[in-house]
Structures are given as C-alpha cells and as structure tokens.
Write a protein that binds this ligand. Sequence first.
Ligand code: ADP
Length: 381
Amino acid sequence: MNYSQENVRPKILLVDDDTDFCAITAFRLKTLGYDVVTALSACDALDIVRTNRPDLVLMDIALEEQFDGIQVAEQIHSDFGTAVIYLTGHTDNFIVRHAKITEPFGYIVKPVELGELKAAIEVALYKAKTEGELKNLNRRLEEANRKLHEFAHVVSHDLKTPLRGIRRLTEWIAADFANILTPDGRKHVQQITERVDRMYSFIDRILEYSSVEDKDEDKSVVDLGELVNSVIETIDAPEKVTINIENQLPVYECNETRIAQVFQNLLGNAVKYMDKPRGQIKVGCVEEESFWKFSVKDNGPGIEKKHFDKVFELFKTLVPPDKGGGTGIGLATVKKIVEMYGGSVWLESEPGKGSTFFFSLPKREATSENEKSTATATARK
Ligand code: ADP
C-alpha cells in the first residue's frame, strides 16, 4: 500500500448505482485529497478492484435493486484483502448482521457529513495499513521459521554424525588408556563427553523450537491433569524437590505433545534451577471468563525484574552452560507454543524467594491476530 508515502493520494473506489450521488461524492472526496474512481455496478466494482487496486472501497449495499453490495464486499475482502466501508441508506438489523460478517472497516449511514466521512476513511486507511504490515510481518516470520526448520534439519544431520564419532572415540580413549591417563587427562576426556552431550541436546532443542509452526497440528481432547502427571514422572525430580498440582486442571483441546513441551520446560527449569534444600514446585490453574490461566511456581533462586522479558528470548540464558545453565531455548519454545494457541506467557519473581511462570490458553482458539492480542492483554491484567 502506497498511500502512506508523502504526496501519494489514497485511492478510493466509490461503488453506488445512484449516478448523481456517485458524481457528487466523488467530487467532494477529491477536494479532500483522495484519488477517486467510481463504479455503478457490482461487476464494474470487481473489475476496478482487480485492475486498479484501490486502498479502500466505499460500498453501497443495494446495487441495481439487489442487496449484492455485501457479496461483492465479501469477495473484494477475501480475494484482494482490500478494506471496505459500507456507505448505505439501510439500517435494518438483518442487513447490518449480514454486513457485519464480511468484517467491514466501517458502516456509515447516508446522508453523511463530509467531515464524518473523512474521519471514517482515515481510520479505515490507517487500520488497513497496520493490518497489512502485520500480515507482512507474519508472512516474513513464517518464512524465517520455515528456513530455520530446514536449516536445523540439515545442520542436525551434518553435525550429529561427527558428534557421534567424537563421542565414540572419547569413550574408546577413556577405556583403552584408562591406566595411563592422569587425573587431569581423565577430567578432560570427561569434559569432552559432557560438551558433546550438550551439543546434542542443543541440536535437539533447536529442532524442537523450529518445528513449532503456526499451522493446524493434530489436536485431541487432552486431560491436562493426566498430562502434567506424566510430565512430572518423566522429569524424575530429586527427592528434595516436591511437585504438586494445586487445583484440578481442565480438559483442553490441543496438540498433546506441544502442551507437554510447555509443562516439561517450565517444570524442568523449576527443578534444574532449584537452590533450596527443600524445593517446592506447584502447578496451578485458574479459570477466567475466556481463558485458563496456568502457573508453575517454585521457591528457587528467582529472577531479577530486568530479566523478565529476556528469559523468553531465544538463546538467552542467565546461567552459563558450565555453571548448570542450558541452551536458552526452553522458554522461547514455551512462548512460541503458547502464542501459537493465542495465549501469552509471563512471570513474576522475587530474587532469592522464587518464581512463578504464568501462561494463558484461550478456551476457544483465537481466530485472528486481533483476538490473539486481546486475549494476551486481558490475561496479563
Ligand atoms: P535454559 O536452557 O538456559 O534453561 P530457558 O529458556 O529454559 O533456557 O531459560 C532461560 C533462563 O531463564 C535460564 O538460563 C535461567 O537463568 C532462567 N530460568 C528459567 N526458569 C527459571 C526458574 N524456574 N528459576 C530461576 N531461573 C530460571
């Protein structure tokens, strides 16, 4: 869309079968600085959108005495993504209800004052521009994710083979030269093995992260209580750490593996970073009007406020790998999965006392970017 550039006049298509209204309104809109084309029929409107690509369509509803303005608007929006404002004399509920389904950028009842029309046009143009940018951004993100996934696959294969070789050779060295290796030598061989294992785990986690994509995955109705219990079993926490589920967890339609990854990462971190002699980890869930709010609370080391956002970024760790830290992929994966479901993730923490990681999952899956951001904003309140 080019109307945001200076000196470029936004292009508006005015569709109305009233010749006089069309001529007068087009003239008035031109005085406001818009580039205006007109169409007297649904057919002409579609042709003009196809060839001229207007930034906005002002659409009458009853064209040629039929209510086909709504059908045309629907087609224009779905085929070309062009913003539509209805400009009509009709106010009855039946028509408004039908018009609403086509997701118009406005509904204006004639007669309309020029100032009012201009305000509606400007708001719609701005909204269309930001929606367009968001769509582009999403497209670029999807592309980047696809490339990352391909890259991760290739790298995973090319790296894992030599890593396997290094690991095997190190095991042979440790076994064959056990008698002549000094304690330092043994320590170094051990360090090589540990680093190779870390590299392995890094590759697997990158693959896991890049495989989370914003597309429909297999879903089933999952009892999250059972799911969390089985995650707890796989984590195999040391005896000093207890993990409890505080409230009943809901049954939720989702991809079981993905949601298990969320709990695995959060519970795994709570166990991994636990620094208290008696570690206490609690899983909770609160039902809100439109979403479930889950929490994983621990009495571990806590996180300083300045790192609250940073910990969710890819490859960001607060603890270096040789001091027990990991790859910095876990929380980024959690964020990616939760956001894929239209939820959000955040944390509260007090250094020395512990952290609570929260995430929300909408009860009904969000269908548009707007709904997703609304769910995010509400959940964080
Ligand atoms: P990592 O692989 O390093 O654990 P994550 O993305 O899972 O990567 O976590 C990022 C960082 O957040 C960790 O390096 C750690 O410093 C911090 N962190 C995560 N969970 C906790 C927790 N429960 N308590 C304290 N710090 C945590």
